[in-house]
Design a protein around this ligand. Structure first.
Ligand SMILES: Nc1ncnc2c1ncn2[C@@H]1O[C@H](COP(=O)(O)OP(=O)(O)OP(=O)(O)O)[C@@H](O)[C@H]1O
Length: 305
């Protein structure tokens, strides 16, 4: 759906300074599912998206959207792509439905497109209220509904939860999950990970315009390593035994031990059992996307600070 090779964007500020916003990015977004495009503030997500949509010119590298070269062949495919990049302009005095009807008429969308779009973003019950009375989350969902009018195969959403409260974030998350289920491929850019982890099937993580990791979310998390939480009656004694056997073991809160997961859990329980420490609990602890992301981008964050 999306492919970039060696994509680069250099800005020149008014003071003549050179700022590399995107630095040799290779991005590959497969068809189907929701793909997270993750990175801290200023890491180059918006700039990349703007180049993909023909809104900014790349300094170097190549891009393809639905197989078409960007920007030269972009007009051939842009009708199959929906995007919410900046806050769209809706008429505040019209209802959500009226706003969509107007857009649908302008773009010659199918007559039932408005109802279907309202349904997908769960605004069907609130569509006859004026836009100016909508919450931020509802406004954002109406923006997504507007992009659905042309039945896109690919939907690009740049930070759709920016500025929303937790309830608004949940609404958008549900909408995106719904979209993924209808077969649309979604590229979702964000620096907030808690909600992304729940909806994305695959993800690319960038920092300072460079790719740090990419792949299936579960595989990314698995590659970040597992550790085990171990409960025994005598944690200090057990820790000594584990360390003597070459395990990386440390004290954890509530009298538990954390043992690095580079060896199978059976070895932990056997080593402890053989020295009289009976394991009452042994739980694998998987790193979440938030922790993984923070580890990957720590250097970028320090650089920014
Ligand atoms: N028009 C511009 N002129 C100069 N520098 C720019 C311009 N647009 C973006 N930049 C710089 O490029 C870098 C990447 O910005 P970009 O907006 O793409 O990041 P982002 O990952 O989308 O961040 P955010 O999450 O804050 O939106 C930043 O250092 C930014 O200051």
């Amino acid at each position: 759906m999306i492919e970039t090779h060696g994509l680069r964007k250099v800005f020149r500020t008014r003071r003549g300074e050179v700022r590399v916003a995107v630095d040799g990015l290779d991005l590959a977004v497969p068809a189907g599912g929701v793909h997270g495009f993750l990175g801290p503030n200023g890491s180059g997500k918006t700039t990349t998206i703007r180049m993909l949509l023909g809104l900014a010119r790349a300094t170097a590298g190549s891009m393809r959207l639905l197989g078409a070269d960007v920007p030269s062949r972009l007009p051939d495919v842009i009708d199959r792509v929906g995007a919410v990049v900046e806050s769209p302009k809706f008429s505040p005095h019209f209802t959500g439905r009226q706003n969509l009807m107007l857009l649908a008429r302008t773009m010659g969308a199918a007559p039932d497109a408005v109802d279907r779009a309202l349904d997908t973003v769960s605004l069907a019950g609130r569509d006859r209220e004026r836009f100016k009375g909508y919450s931020l989350g509802m406004k954002q969902r109406l923006a997504i509904a507007a992009t659905l009018l042309k039945d896109p195969e690919l939907l690009i959403l740049d930070e759709p939860t920016n500025g929303l409260d937790p309830a608004g974030i949940r609404e958008i998350r549900d909408t995106i999950r719904e979209l993924g289920a209808t077969g649309v491929t979604v590229l979702l850019s964000s620096h907030i990970l808690a909600e992304v982890q729940q909806v994305c099937t695959s993800a690319t993580i960038i920092g300072n315009g460079r790719m740090l990791a990419s792949g299936n979310v579960q595989e990314l998390l698995a590659s970040s390593g597992t550790s085990y939480r171990v409960r025994v009656a005598d944690p200090a004694g057990a820790r000594t035994v584990l360390k003597a056997a070459g395990f990386d073991a440390a004290d954890a809160p509530d009298g538990l031990l954390t043992v690095d997961g580079d060896r199978p859990p059976e070895e932990i329980s056997r080593t402890l059992g053989e020295s009289g420490h009976w394991v009452a609990e042994l739980t694998p602890v998987r790193v979440d996307l938030e922790t993984f992301f923070l580890e990957l981008t720590r250097d970028e964050q320090l650089g920014a600070a």
